[in-house]
Design a protein around this ligand. Structure first.
Ligand code: HEC
Ligand code: HEC
Length: 83
């Protein structure tokens, strides 16, 4: 007997494809990126606009040239002291 995909098989395949697409569109998992250290300069910071004081290209702790050129730091970097 030869197996031919029925209606229920297609429904299942579409569901799998939808799940794969959904997962691939999730934002960068922050847990895998370097955390914001829980030290003195970082603990007092609350606004992303202040990060560039040190992490701009001209700052004392510049980002690498491969680093994403985005300003929403907290989307990808979790604070080590805040769970
Ligand atoms: C007063 C200067 C200063 C400011 C402002 C600052 N940083 Fe930093 N940052 C540093 C220094 C110096 C280091 C490296 C030494 C260390 O671990 O503390 C560092 C390290 C980091 C690291 C870890 C890098 C690694 O390799 O693990 C992350 C992530 C980071 N900063 C994110 C931020 C974010 C996000 C902000 C804004 C909320 C910010 N920093 C603001 C000075 C600063
Ligand atoms: C799209 C996600 C994303 C955003 C937004 C983001 N980062 Fe990062 N950041 C990363 C990743 C991933 C790494 C690790 C890069 C590597 O290992 O080469 C990293 C690394 C770092 C490091 C370690 C040094 C380096 O250059 O590798 C610092 C410091 C840092 N980020 C600060 C910041 C600051 C400040 C902002 C906001 C202006 C920011 N990040 C926004 C994803 C992001």
């Amino acid at each position: 007997m030869r197996w031919t995909p029925g209606k229920r098989d297609w429904v299942f395949l579409m569901a799998v494809a939808a799940v794969v697409l959904f997962v691939s569109l999730l934002p960068t998992p922050r847990e895998r990126n370097p955390m914001i250290p829980a030290n003195e300069p970082h603990r007092t910071l609350t606004a992303e606009t202040h990060c560039s004081q040190c992490h701009a290209l001209q700052g004392n702790q510049p980002l690498s040239s491969r680093h994403p050129k985005r300003q929403d730091c907290f989307k990808c970097h979790r604070r080590a002291d805040v769970l």
